[in-house]
Design a protein around this ligand. Structure first.
Ligand SMILES: O=C(O)C(=O)C[C@]1(C(=O)O)C=C[C@@H](O)C=C1
Length: 203
């Protein structure tokens, strides 16, 4: 049983990676789950899906109140966004293959809203995420000033230009007009510079 490890929060459960990234497949592993073993102890979620194939024994996939039982040679494709865990319910070890599969990407060009309300609902949803991310960004920016002594340290023009180059490239790869990304970032960074300058004065 060389190279087998117990994943975090699992019990009587050892697994070994069989292969890595092959396109839509992230990796494949084989798991030996002892009697009563399984995990994670609390149901978990993630972006990727699992294709479970039971070789021997009997596995129970717990998904909230719903359970799916897998006998030898049976398989189940589980959407990772469904809270889940996997348990051996046989009176002998269960051997199972687990293949992690990338989620289907939404083809953004295929998105077509049927009304202005639908457009705005989506904009509101995305704004919520953007504000949360800008707030998280601000936690780090506010700490940057702790390592600065002067206003020109705060302005850090070389760093600003590095960020602009980076976000223009990111924008291109995400099908966003790079000029929009640049303008949004220059405005945001200027506001953060002002905030850092006031913080510097306070100290
Ligand atoms: O990286 C820094 O030094 C920061 O203070 C962060 C930050 C930014 O918002 O990314 C803000 C001000 C500087 O002009 C450069 C970058």
């Amino acid at each position: 049983m060389d190279d087998f490890t117990t994943p975090p929060n699992h019990i009587h459960f050892v697994a070994k990676k069989l292969f890595g990234d092959c396109g839509k497949i992230i990796d494949g592993s084989i798991a030996y789950i002892e009697v009563g073993g399984g995990g994670p102890c609390d149901l978990h979620i993630h972006e990727y899906s699992h294709l479970f194939i039971v070789i021997s024994g009997q596995a129970q996939i717990k998904m909230g109140d719903i359970h799916k039982i897998l006998n030898p040679s049976e398989s189940f494709l589980l959407d990772g966004k469904t809270p889940h865990s996997v348990w051996n319910i046989a009176d002998k070890p269960t051997v199972m293959l687990g293949i992690s599969v990338k989620p289907n990407e939404t083809k953004r060009n295929d998105i077509e809203c049927k009304s202005l309300d639908e457009v705005r609902e989506n904009i509101d949803r995305i704004d919520k995420d953007l504000i949360r991310l800008i707030s998280e960004r601000s936690i780090y920016v506010n700490q940057a000033v702790n390592f600065k002594k002067t206003e020109s340290d705060v302005e850090a023009p070389k760093r600003v230009e590095q960020i602009i180059t980076k976000v223009r490239n990111l924008a291109k790869s995400e099908n966003l007009d790079p000029d929009i990304a640049e303008s949004v970032y220059r405005t945001m960074i200027s506001a953060f510079i002002e905030q850092e300058k006031s913080k510097l004065k306070e100290e």
